[in-house]
Design a protein around this ligand. Structure first.
Ligand code: AP5
Length: 220
């Protein structure tokens, strides 16, 4: 069965962490608009040049740009692949655009999984986050260190990096954006009966177990 899943939650809720687990376990594809935008910034494309200052400030990039990226990526994938939307949609306009994008491709939303977290924990999670500069595997200063100090578990690389928007001031702006623009889209999906809430404060494995239980046999 081809699944279309949204992982919704504030910055640092664990969307990327859990999406990676679903990719590993079920061969789904993670569509992270944050990752797509960071790749565009790195490549110096026109979208990247436009997005950089907005992202560094913790504000939202335009709806047209991110919905365009999602549509393009889905076209590359074809219709037989299960996808996880990570960090998209983030506004009512994006939620509406996603409906059109999916129906034009014969897809429909199956699950919206909301990671519910305590806001005070998020600053700690985000400011402690780092990743492998080679393969992008994510780590945390306290919650997920490489097994061998200074060496990526996945690719053995020794260089790590931190995101420029992972400082406390920008995180506060990102959270305010989430509360003002993203949280209000939840009722759209609640009205369709496709929202499941998961305790995002639990340990990473426990959050994964809860998501697996929601997906059940659909994901196998
Ligand atoms: P984006 O990259 O989407 O960032 P975000 O939503 O702020 O989310 P994060 O990646 O910070 O957090 P996450 O929930 O994935 O948490 P993670 O798993 O890493 O967006 C960045 C920017 O791009 C935006 O500000 C905006 O400018 C732009 N943008 C992107 N999409 C856009 C859109 N649709 N529209 C407009 N603009 C857009 O976990 C965080 C840390 O916590 C990690 O270190 C992890 O190891 C740890 N952790 C995770 N789970 C747990 C757990 N259960 N217990 C303990 N630690 C945990």
């Amino acid at each position: 069965m081809t699944l279309n899943i949204i992982l919704l939650g504030p910055p640092g809720a664990g969307k990327g962490t859990q999406a990676s687990r679903l990719v590993e376990e079920h061969g789904m594809v993670q569509l992270s608009t944050g990752d797509m935008l960071r790749a565009a910034v790195k490549a110096g494309t026109p979208i990247g040049l436009q997005a950089k200052a907005v992202m560094d400030a913790g504000e939202l990039v335009s709806d047209e740009i991110v919905s365009g990226l999602i549509g393009e990526r889905l076209d590359e994938l074809g219709n037989e692949t299960s996808v996880i939307f990570d960090g998209y949609p983030r506004t009512a306009a994006q939620a509406e655009a996603l409906d059109g994008i999916l129906s034009a491709r014969g897809r429909k939303l199956d699950h919206v999984i909301e990671l519910v977290v305590d806001e005070d924990a998020l600053v700690d999670r985000i400011t402690g986050r780092f990743s492998c500069a080679n393969c992008g595997e994510g780590y945390h200063d306290r919650y997920k260190l490489p097994k061998v100090e200074g060496t990526c578990d996945v690719c053995g690389n020794h260089d790590f990096k931190r995101r420029p928007d992972d400082n406390e001031e920008t995180v506060r702006t990102r959270m305010a954006e989430y509360r003002a623009k993203t949280e209000p889209i939840l009722p759209i999906y609640e009205a369709r009966g496709i929202v499941s809430k998961v305790d995002g404060m639990a340990a990473i494995d426990a959050v994964n177990d809860a998501i697996e239980a929601i997906l059940g046999s659909d994901a196998s």
